[in-house]
Design a protein around this ligand. Sequence first.
Ligand SMILES: CC(C)(COP(=O)(O)OP(=O)(O)OC[C@H]1O[C@@H](n2cnc3c(N)ncnc32)[C@H](O)[C@@H]1OP(=O)(O)O)[C@@H](O)C(=O)NCCC(=O)NCCS
Length: 177
Amino acid sequence: MIPARITVEFASARDAREIARLSRRHIEYGLRWRYTPARIRASIRDRARNTIVARDGARLAGFGIMSYGADFANLDLLAVPVRYRRRGVGRRLVLWLEKVARTAGIAQVFVQVRKTNAGAVRFYETLGFLVIDEAAGYYQGRESAIVMGKALRPTHWPKPRAVKAGGRIVFRAPREL
Ligand SMILES: CC(C)(COP(=O)(O)OP(=O)(O)OC[C@H]1O[C@@H](n2cnc3c(N)ncnc32)[C@H](O)[C@@H]1OP(=O)(O)O)[C@@H](O)C(=O)NCCC(=O)NCCS
């Protein structure tokens, strides 16, 4: 059970250093550190992204970052420190970000997971995500990504393909919408 005292809200610039540290430790391990404090501060300011945190008093109990486009959203980063895991914090963060996407009329949300991270794949499956693709060498050429997606509303649109462009995964419908 998630403790009642844990709250979820927008991150502030003061959280950037700790979010970046969590990303390096729990997501970017073994890779060149890309989500530095400066990049997280930019993400917090970015109007096309939501950067949110779970707080347990003065402690960070997790964070998530989602980018929003017109039709698709992407969950860029999500991490919960070990001591707060399996208490529903990750689920609460994803559902918060998803609700914004759903309200904006976004049709599908995507996430990339390191291929060796079976626990995270399972976590997203419990939230209704499906494995839709694998992107070879997505993580700096060192590891592949499992690409997962979830439809947020009924759509007649065909399932988008994951396409690698400029080192990033983007999503293209098989035909122009
Ligand atoms: C993945 C992660 C965010 C999950 O956060 P969490 O707060 O522990 O997840 P929740 O407690 O909300 O889990 C909800 C359900 O997902 C499933 N789940 C979560 N973690 C799991 C794991 N490691 N293995 C299998 N199932 C898991 C369980 O069904 C769980 O419900 P239960 O605890 O009642 O069995 C967390 O493990 C983490 O930060 N991992 C390192 C970073 C990472 O992998 N980020 C995601 C890729 S960017």
